[in-house]
Design a protein around this ligand. Structure first.
Ligand code: NAD
Length: 398
């Protein structure tokens, strides 16, 4: 079979010959008891860079030993890009949300042999899920692999926005020492109202991680958490997103991107937020209207916006979030730390082992199966597509 894998570019100065750490911690299981990815074996060193082209997710030996073909490329945007050409006779396509190969309806329909799209990570909105349903292409992801990595990033960003870290760091880099400039927008998080839109694996972990800061915790989700969890964390549940944003100083967005959540944070919803609130969005860029966010950062309706997700990706060089005031954006990195890469590379290997041997793939990894939403897809997504406009990724110039 032919496996097409789209990965981000290698480091500009080549693959590391040595890493910052000699090893990464070994985790036993996820907090809800779900087991970590469990392939029969792996051919990579956990802690190495696996998500870039030369890292190949550690898959080449495994695939070629079994007589399969692996094609790896980062050329993924624009008509006639290498990924689009290679897709035409590929059986399996693997892509990471950080550097998504947008599987639009046109591309899915051009891929006559395609059976499965694997997300090396979490979040399969880069696949036109309706087209996958219609064409009976299975879509799977490595549920939980980087959820806690993202929750750590959320905590970092809440603290750095509220305390105004980015401004203070810039002052130091520029050789300055004006303390008043450095603190005139700096507050403590303690006592604030922090709310998450969605309390799935990431949202709930972010709430748990924020609890020791002595804040008031809120959430909105289409599935209510067990009462025991609400009590343990002293959570306030909101029946609507409007109710949540009306009382929170910090709102973190943790739902998947699908037709129900696309452009949820528009001018109308942002105007219902407390003046001067902060948004941390590590879910998907398109859940926010990018121009409405920039306007709110300019006017002061938002005191800051941080996250690592954009639409499309790579973000065009002139994307307004690169230059708006008081932002703490990074490229899409929170779920692709070296620690997370080891987990999702192992998860992809587990999925492929199951696929080739005819064993069933874990239910919790499924998004689309046999022409319908399934597993986590049925729990967390709605039918339809959110890939419209993704062709703009071609505008990014290295
Ligand atoms: P999850 O499936 O455990 O949780 C998703 C939650 O969203 C569920 O509780 C679901 O009920 C809720 N939800 C879905 N639609 C909703 C709606 N319309 N209104 C309210 N709640 C809704 O997934 P997770 O592991 O927590 O990941 C969530 C999302 O975070 C992913 O789908 C992905 O988009 C994003 N993510 C980003 C990164 C990153 O690197 N930045 C990494 C992993 C995941």
């Amino acid at each position: 079979m032919k496996v097409l894998c789209i990965l981000y570019d290698d480091p500009t100065d080549g693959m590391p010959s040595k890493y910052a750490l000699d090893s990464i911690p070994k985790l036993e299981k996820y907090p809800d008891g779900m087991s970590l990815p469990s392939p029969k074996s792996i051919d990579f060193n956990p802690g190495d860079l696996l998500g870039c082209v030369s890292g190949e997710l550690g898959l080449r030996k495994f695939l070629e030993d079994q007589g399969h073909t692996l094609v790896v490329t980062s050329d993924k945007d624009g008509d006639g890009c290498k990924a689009e050409i290679e897709l035409e006779d590929a059986d399996i396509v693997i892509s990471q949300p950080f550097f998504p190969f947008y599987l639009t309806r046109k591309r899915i329909e051009s891929a006559k042999n395609l059976k499965m799209a694997v997300t090396a990570g979490i979040g399969s909105d880069h696949v036109d899920l309706q087209a996958a349903i219609d064409n009976k292409i299975d879509v799977v992801e490595v549920t939980f692999c980087n959820s806690r990595s993202v929750a750590e990033h959320i905590v970092m960003m809440i603290l750095s926005l509220v305390r105004d870290y980015h401004n203070q760091h810039r002052i130091v880099n520029e050789g300055g020492w004006n303390i008043a400039d450095a603190v005139k927008r700096s507050y403590d998080v303690e006592g604030m109202h922090i709310g998450t839109v969605a309390a799935g694996r990431i949202g709930l972990d972010a709430l748990r991680k924020m609890k020791p800061f002595d804040v008031h915790l809120h959430y909105f989700d289409r599935h209510r958490l067990p009462e025991s969890v609400e009590q343990e964390l002293n959570l306030t549940f909101h029946e609507s997103v409007e109710s949540l944003v009306g009382v929170c100083d910090v709102v973190t967005i943790n739902c998947p991107l699908h037709p129900e959540t696309e452009h949820l944070f528009d001018d109308a919803l942002i105007s219902k937020m407390k003046r001067g609130a902060y948004i941390v969005n590590t879910a998907r860029g398109k859940i926010c209207d990018k121009d409405a966010i920039a306007r709110a950062c300019e006017s002061g309706q938002l005191s800051g916006y941080a996250g690592d997700v954009w639409f499309p990706q790579p973000a065009p060089n002139d994307h307004v979030w690169r230059s708006m005031p008081n932002h703490g954006m990074t490229p899409h990195t929170s779920g692709t730390s070296l620690s997370a890469q080891a987990r999702y590379a192992a998860g992809v290997r587990e999925i492929l082992e199951c696929f080739f041997s005819g064993e069933s793939i874990r239910d919790e990894y499924l998004i689309v199966k046999d022409g319908d939403l399934a597993g986590m897809g049925a729990h967390s997504y709605s039918k339809g597509t959110a890939t419209d406009g993704s062709e703009e990724a071609e505008k990014y110039k290295k």
